[in-house]
Ligand binder design. Structure first.
Ligand SMILES: C[S@@+](CC[C@H](N)C(=O)[O-])C[C@H]1O[C@@H](n2cnc3c(N)ncnc32)[C@H](O)[C@@H]1O
Length: 320
């Protein structure tokens, strides 16, 4: 589901206390915030632990600029990097740090991105069909909507939006674009609403799933998540932890599956008396079940309602 909107409040860090506690932040430690956004989590790490360092990464240059201003008081304790966490290996090579004591991935879009109609993420306000987190990226939502085949559109709405009416929505888009290029969020939203009758009062906006699917496709969000977890864990010091907050089941499933594989990578048949594949565990899953926000947090920050936090701890770095 799309993240909710907290408007003038700006972006409120989700599951803040749970993240800080889960990462076992310690004085003098170095932490990588792989989704710096508006710097909410990073600011709390830096202000509560006065000898920590944070490497803040974001693929959105505008978010980095906001965070740079917000975190300026911490001086050299902060290093900002522009790029995708999918490229963590190369980005860490270029940074001053080889290993970090903890890592945070707070997935999805920030309130700043959602609330700016010009970014085209939201069906709540009219704007260009853009949806790129990194404005240097080549593919926009407009390209997808006007250029993908009906089958590809159906596939992304079904797979990334879990939209049962993917067929009908894809067909309606193809019919409409034959009359003229679809360039705005409001036009797309109208097309989707024309296919799906409004649900019961209080249910989500009918365009929610289509917009989520498009955003995931434009930013290759699931591929980035698939790519980061193994190298991310390998870049942790012994006992270091990675915390991932996801906002929909597709992401959560990837994190859950990858963490399991990192904890128990052995591929030997169960009836083998000893392991011959030589795949060694990378550490242990800290959260057997995901941590979710309480009612108090959801009432203050509706965006947090679908958040799930999973944490993995790196074992001995000599075992692999
Ligand atoms: C939910 S916000 C993070 C908010 C932040 N934790 C805070 O408290 O202010 C997610 C941020 O991650 C960034 N992001 C999403 N996917 C990314 C990726 N693959 N690499 C780097 N940044 C990414 C987005 O641009 C956005 O700024």
């Amino acid at each position: 589901m799309m993240a909710g909107n907290v408007g003038a409040l700006g972006h409120i860090p989700v599951l803040l206390e749970e993240v800080l506690e889960g990462l076992k932040i310690r004085e003098g430690g170095i932490y990588l915030d792989g989704t710096l956004g508006e710097g909410g989590h990073a600011d709390q790490i830096l202000s509560r632990y006065e000898e920590t360092h944070v490497v803040g990464l974001d693929r959105d240059a505008e978010a980095l600029e906001l965070a740079r201003r917000k975190l300026a008081t911490y001086g050299k304790r902060v290093e900002l990097v522009h790029g995708s966490f999918a490229d963590i290996e190369d980005l860490m090579e270029a940074s001053d740090f080889e290993l970090v004591d903890g890592m945070l991935l707070d997935l999805g879009v920030s309130s700043m991105q959602l609330d700016d109609p010009d970014r085209g993420f939201s069906f709540m306000a009219d704007g260009p069909l853009d949806m790129r987190m990194d404005r240097e990226g080549e593919l926009t939502a407009e390209d997808v909507i006007n250029g993908y085949s009906v089958d590809d559109l159906r596939m992304i709405f079904y797979r990334y939006g879990e939209e049962k009416q993917a067929n009908r929505i894809a067909a309606a888009i193809v019919e409409e674009r034959a009359k003229g290029r679809i360039t705005t969020t409001s036009r797309l939203s109208e097309i989707v609403k024309g296919v799906l009758r409004r649900g019961k009062p209080g249910s989500i906006n009918p365009a929610t799933r289509t917009f989520q699917a498009l955003r995931i496709e434009v930013n290759r969000e699931l591929e980035a998540l698939e790519k980061v977890l193994l190298p991310g864990v390998m870049r942790l010091t012994e006992g270091g932890r990675i915390a991932v907050i996801s906002f929909h089941s597709l992401e959560d499933r990837i994190v859950k599956r990858k963490f399991k594989k990192l904890e128990a990578p052995c591929t030997c048949p169960p009836d083998f008396p000893i392991c011959v594949c030589d795949e060694k565990p990378m550490g242990r899953i800290v959260t057997k079940k995901p941590i979710t926000p309480g009612d108090d947090e959801v009432s203050v920050n509706p965006r947090s309602r679908s958040a799930k936090l999973r944490i993995f701890e790196r074992g001995s770095i000599w075992a692999q």
